[in-house]
Design a protein around this ligand. Structure first.
Ligand code: SF4
Length: 325
């Protein structure tokens, strides 16, 4: 995939946690830079082109068209993906996106709770989220929903419920980011004044491993879990549950939850899953590991069945969790 970063471009609000310049180190590319960049492909089309880092459909219409036409002039058949926010989805935008071969829309939902959205300075509502998803799906776009965990006014149950509500709306792709406090953001001020307390790494892993179980149970994909922060930008992280292998650790924790909650003694798996049962502390699990060519199984249960049962076990133990827990 060829990725073009347009840091904070088209954003009419600055969300409390966001400063794309700090987070990515990227600068706004000039059109000449993009032309040179595209020329280096010698007419060989990349599989996909993505405009990330801002609110593409929040850009002036003529700017959107300039980018889309530029891509089309170099790579006429290459599918495009853009990132945007729910309150910048409208019929006019969708018509243009369709016309220029945009297939996937990365949609910054972040939460399905209005108090969380408000406290995070998002500037849009849950109603905007629902309307945008419905409109995009009706128009045959693939929606990749972005969620954050550990935002101001967030909780364990709100994070899980937000995820489930989006699945019910028929979203199949997700990116989930634990909230990190970056330099030069409003959240940095709140962190220093003590009004925002970030999750610690264990709390974030607990929530996200539960979301992984939900994704297995409902057959949806989390295509990214945890921030990718380039090495040179790591000094911009002030606080929060950052780990370069956050997604892998959360997955290992989800597997551990299945094994412990269902008291599994035998696992059967193709070799490609081996790391799930050894990495990040899972080496010490008291299980018999059987490598085979069949599907991944926990005793007689498939991954999906085992995940559903593991979620049920948690519910049994915790009862109904209120939204502020
Ligand atoms: S989170 Fe998204 S919408 Fe908010 S300021 Fe950052 S890029 Fe813009």
């Amino acid at each position: 995939m060829l990725t073009i970063f347009l840091p904070n471009a088209g954003c009419k609000y600055r969300c409390k946690f966001c400063n794309q310049y700090s987070m990515t180190g990227e600068k706004m590319p000039s059109l000449n830079y993009l032309k040179d960049y595209f020329n280096r492909f010698n007419n060989q089309s990349p599989k996909e082109i993505a405009f990330y880092g801002g609110t593409f459909t929040g850009l002036k219409l003529e700017t959107q068209l300039t980018y889309l036409k530029l891509v089309q002039s170099f790579f006429p058949n290459t599918p495009i993906r853009i990132s945007t926010r729910p309150d910048e989805i409208n019929d006019e935008n969708l018509k243009i996106l369709k016309q220029y071969n945009v297939k996937i829309v990365e949609l910054g939902i972040q939460s399905m709770y209005n108090d969380v959205l408000k406290a995070s300075g998002r500037g849009h509502s849950v109603e905007d989220n629902v309307n945008a998803i419905k409109k995009l799906l009706e128009n045959n776009f693939i929606v990749s929903a972005h969620l954050m965990v550990g935002l101001p006014k967030d909780s364990f149950s709100k994070d899980l419920n937000s995820f489930k509500e989006l699945i019910e709306l028929n979203v199949k792709l997700f990116r989930i980011h634990p909230t990190i406090v970056f330099k030069n953001t409003l959240l940095e001020n709140e962190y220093y004044s003590g009004t925002y307390v970030p999750l610690d790494i264990n709390e974030a892993l607990d929530i996200c491993s539960e979301q992984i179980l939900i994704s297995f149970a409902y057959n949806v994909k989390i295509i990214r879990l945890g921030y990718f922060v380039p090495e040179e930008q790591k000094k911009q992280i002030i606080a929060g549950p950052y780990h370069p292998s956050f997604g892998d650790i959360a997955k290992a924790k989800a597997i551990k939850k299945i094994i412990q909650r269902l008291k599994i003694k035998n696992v059967y798996f193709p070799k490609k899953y081996e790391s799930w049962f050894y990495a990040y502390g899972n080496k010490n699990l008291d299980i018999k590991r059987n490598i085979w060519d069949g599907n991944l199984k926990f005793e007689e249960f498939s991954l999906q069945e085992a995940s559903k049962l593991a979620l049920k076990e948690r519910k049994k133990k915790c009862g109904t969790i209120k939204n502020n827990q």
